[in-house]
Design a protein around this ligand. Sequence first.
Ligand code: PLP
Length: 407
Amino acid sequence: MIKRNTGFSNLTAGYLFPEIARRRREYAASHPEAKIISLGIGNTTEPLSKHIAQAMSDYALGLATPEGYSGYGDEQGNTELRQRIAEVFYPNMADASEVFISDGAKCDIARIQTLFGRDVKVAVQDPAYPVYVDGSVVVGAAGANNGTGYEGITYLPCTEDNDFFPDLSKVEKDTLIYFCSPNNPTGATATREQLQKLVDFANANGCIIIYDAAYFAFIRDPSLPKTIFEIPGAKTCAIEVNSFSKPVGFTGVRLGWSIVPNELKFADGSSVNKDWNRVMTTLFNGASNIVQAGGLAALDEQGLKDMKEEVDYYLENGKLIKATLDGENFKKLGVQAYFTGNGPYVWAKFPGKKSWEVFDAILDKCHVVTTPGSGFGPAGESFIRFSSFGHRADIEEACTRLSKLEL
Ligand code: PLP
């Protein structure tokens, strides 16, 4: 018989979000009266912009006509969309040949892991979006979990003590560094100085940064960089993955992009951009043409206005959650909440408690689903992530219930 990929047997418990869904289902089955509200996963809730939906609908109807029909497109993406992304988000920072359109940032992260293979060393912020570690384990770039983390992964704690920016001195030479800003789950958004430090470190030590900017659209502080390519030197050491999911509610529609600079090289001097082109043409067949029409509409004047409004709505939700967690009740519990106003997550520490214990208590007493911080890495223990993706009425109701929480 065929042997199981050891990467899968090395993975410990299930992926975090299905586990949360399982606990929620079990709770709902035994408490049918509970009206459960989710502040759990980072799933968008607000309807698409009509302007963007119309563009997709028009394109889809066009496909039913001889003039409008098209089959496979370029695997790297529609040329016009590649150009538009370069112009709108990376002026003087990247050109269309460095933009690759995809079905989302998570899918790109998985494909990036095939680009670097099993022999690469990996470092991650701790806590981090689980796909960086779990995907590395699946491809064999990390080994089994020894109880404190997966072998072969360098965990870089990001805590209140270091202002949620890691100590890079622990990172070995020639390491692939996953870095997410605005961060999921902590919400921390790296400053220009912090990113310069990261880029200088990577260039000096032969490292490549996989910069996940999926929440760039939430950055409201004009002094904070929205892309790693605002930082001098980034083009020789960074790949950026990005997404339409959170800015325009494309979590179900699916559209993302990556930026792989022409200057970026492997140790043997060969081009990373060329190999990425090979990955995209060999393992991917292009994003949906209907969805790419929606992506183009998202980047015109109306689309960008709609994007800002949608993100503002979620940011306002975040402020409500933060205000609740700063309230008297949480002060009594010793809770410290972090919300930067530049990302969708509120990250809260419950001193002396285990994350899953707090998760279960909030579900049981408030009928609110959250995300346990420990699911994002060892340094997330005792934290809970509150997501600001939700309808306003649900957020308000959840805040009312949370303000009465007793532990
Ligand atoms: N990157 C981060 C940090 C995320 O939090 C998420 C989704 O929650 C993604 C990527 C996934 O993006 P996409 O929907 O484009 O696959």
